[in-house]
Design a protein around this ligand. Structure first.
Ligand SMILES: CC/C=C\C/C=C\C[C@@H](O)/C=C/C=C/C=C\[C@@H](O)CCCC(=O)O
Ligand SMILES: [Zn+2]
Length: 622
């Protein structure tokens, strides 16, 4: 298997387990310690080559298989190669001799991270809600784990892990693993925390957080964690978590991870959610006050099967993780909120796909293929809504061909077949066709007659089938009509527009209505924007998704208030889904560019390193 995003010799070894020992130093903003890799040779070699980025390697040792002999463990020679433009530096460790197939070695690497570690954001107390203790959190997907520990940093490599983490005794420490207790550290003023992840996971799912954290139970197996200041709102917002988990189990089988906890992070967290096993990380922008954005939790729950159990072998097959997870997310939400909600979500998703393909990129951009070539491409640069929405559209299209019962039967069989494994798109297609041949020959015939695999997998731009054409629009029509009224009304007098038409829409409908306006090329005069802002109170709206769309719409039509309002919003959120499009719109507006550039440069030090890097790349292209 070739993973263009890794420089390790992962094909020579099977990684069984990582033993991690970390000490967190908030003063130097580094983590120091070691990792022991338990490796079984699968192809003869005399080296262990690992992915690293910005790590300071102290030593490498070959551990004996008995603890008594460890004292005599053998120092190993190593070379840390020059860094690649985005893959980091290969760590080449020389073994004392050729390792033969089937032999097992335990290699310990002692190292420390850099303050510039791309997987970590260090927050000073003033950047937290509580303002009196520091905070640290990780984000490893796609290829940032290598800045946290030397490893075979590829999603096709799955291993268990154990961890011992020492930290300031005033702080909690959590990981993407079961908590195995904590105690005062004998040798320091730190507290020592123990963790165990017994389900093999890829390195991108290793996660760490340390801060002033408290928790509230949501069910026997679910809790929500956050800083004390956010725990009440978080506990209310995510009350549906256990229901979503049970809905996921009814679709995909038993939940295999033990606990399902949620962590609500500080505003700088770059994504809506991250499916770290046992401890999903979510952005505080989900705290809408009406549970309207809880579908992100349904998404992260769905990853417990599609992505975390059944995993893309490389990042070129990212749609296997995200397309399936969006498809399952919307089936989960259908069980909680009904079928019209599922179709409304698919219509909203189609807007996101159009935006990704026609606005953020160009329709012929090879990175808008469902299965892009990533040789020489940083996965962070390739990231977009395409694998999520073109991928889930393909699955929904197949459902319309074979019927929902056959599709749900396939989904469960797919999870059962590939749980614990990683696969690529060709393996996915083979399994689908084999399953249908056995269970639904008529469905197979429809797939073979209608699905143009080459167009779906390898053609840039929108898919060959327009999904919205066949959807239930019962919740969408009011949104589309209101948007059309604003666009088509030629009167000077706008008093006919009242607050009620918008107020009676649900939050999800308001989001769709604003997307209809946003993705229309018709001009929107400033008088209309001013009337809309006034009667819909858009400057004061709490829901981040509504607020973002309003600001983007206003900036797109060069409405002057959008500059200061937009920059004020950008100073409060770190979610790239909002930050990048809004900065891009302001960077593209000649009258606003200098102010937006200055704003970014002044904010950069407080931003997550991934977000800061991606906005800098957007600015360079502006
Ligand atoms: C074709 C793309 C190939 C590889 C990209 C893989 C990872 C990209 C890296 O940037 C990590 C992405 C992590 C995403 C985490 C959560 C998302 O599911 C949600 C993003 C949108 C949101 O904020 O809601
Ligand atoms: Zn996802």
């Amino acid at each position: 298997m070739t993973d263009h995003s890794s420089q390790s010799n992962l094909n020579n070894w099977k990684t069984a387990n990582h033993d991690i020992d970390w000490t967190i130093n908030f003063d130097t903003r580094t983590i120091s310690g070691y990792v022991v890799l338990h490796l079984e040779n699968v192809e003869e070699t005399a080296t262990v080559c690992l992915d690293t980025r910005d790590l300071s390697i102290k030593s490498a040792k070959l551990l004996s298989n008995t603890t008594e002999e460890n004292a005599k463990s053998q120092e190993l020679k190593f070379v840390l190669h020059q860094p690649d433009s985005f893959k980091g530096s290969r760590l080449e460790i020389a073994l004392p001799g050729q390792a033969s197939v089937g032999s097992v070695v335990r290699v310990q690497v002692n190292y420390s991270t850099s303050p510039q570690c791309s997987a970590l954001q260090w927050l000073a107390p003033e950047q937290t809600s509580g303002k009196h203790l520091p905070y640290l959190f990780s984000q490893c997907q796609a290829i940032h784990a290598r800045s946290l520990l030397p490893c075979h940093d590829s999603p096709g490599v799955k291993a268990t892990y154990s961890a011992v983490v020492r930290a300031d005794s005033r702080l909690e420490v959590l990981m993407s693993a079961a908590r195995m207790g904590s105690e005062p550290d004998n040798e320091s003023a730190y507290r020592l925390h123990r963790f165990r992840q017994s389900v093999p996971i890829p390195s991108y799912l290793i996660a760490l957080v340390s801060g002033h954290l408290v928790s509230r139970p949501l069910s026997d197996r679910c809790a929500v964690w956050s800083e004390p200041e956010m725990i009440d709102d978080s506990h209310w917002e995510f009350q549906e978590t256990e229901d979503m988990l049970q809905a996921g189990e009814s679709l995909c089988g038993p939940y295999r991870w033990g606990r399902y906890d949620l962590l609500v992070l500080p505003p700088s967290f770059p994504y809506g959610g991250m499916e770290n096993p046992c401890l999903t990380f979510v952005t505080p922008t989900l705290l809408a006050g009406d549970r309207s954005l809880a579908s992100v939790v349904a998404h992260e729950i769905a990853h417990s099967w599609t992505g975390n159990l059944v995993t893309n072998a490389t990042w070129e097959d990212f749609w296997l993780n995200e397309g399936h997870t969006v498809y399952v997310e919307r089936l989960v939400c259908e069980k909680l909120y009904g079928s019209p909600d599922r179709h409304l979500a698919m219509l909203e998703g189609w807007h996101a796909l159009r935006d990704a393909v026609l606005v953020a990129r160009k329709p012929d951009d090879p990175l808008t293929c469902l299965v892009p070539k990533l040789d020489g491409v940083d996965p962070d640069d390739a990231f977009s809504s395409v694998p999520y929405e073109k991928g889930s559209s393909l699955l929904y299209y197949i459902e319309t061909l074979v019927g929902k019962d056959a599709m749900l039967g396939w989904l469960r069989a797919y999870v059962d077949e590939f749980a614990g494994q990683a696969l690529n798109t060709e393996q996915w297609r083979s399994f689908l066709l084999d399953f249908m041949a056995k269970k639904s020959p008529e469905g197979l015939a429809k797939i073979q007659a209608n699905v143009d695999w080459g167009a779906w997998f390898n053609k840039p731009g929108l898919p060959p089938v327009s999904i919205p054409d066949g959807l239930d629009r019962s919740l969408a029509d009011a949104c589309t009509q209101l948007a059309k009224d604003w666009l088509d009304d030629a009167r000077q007098d706008l008093s006919g527009f009242t607050a009620d038409a918008f107020a009676q829409l649900s939050t999800k409908q308001k989001i769709l209505m604003l997307d209809e306006l946003l993705h229309c090329e018709q001009p929107l005069p400033h008088a209309k924007l001013a009337r809309m802002a006034q009667i819909y109170s858009l400057q004061a709206v709490k829901c981040s998704e509504v607020k973002f769309r309003w600001l983007r719409l206003a900036a797109k039509h060069r409405y002057p208030d959008a500059v200061d309002e937009g920059l004020k919003f950008l100073a409060t959120v770190g979610r790239m889904k909002f930050v990048r499009p809004l900065y891009r719109e302001l960077f593209s507006w000649p009258a606003a560019k200098a102010k937006a550039e200055e704003h970014f440069k002044s904010r950069r030090q407080f931003m997550h390193p991934i977000t800061a890097e991606m906005v800098a790349r957007d600015l360079a292209k502006a």
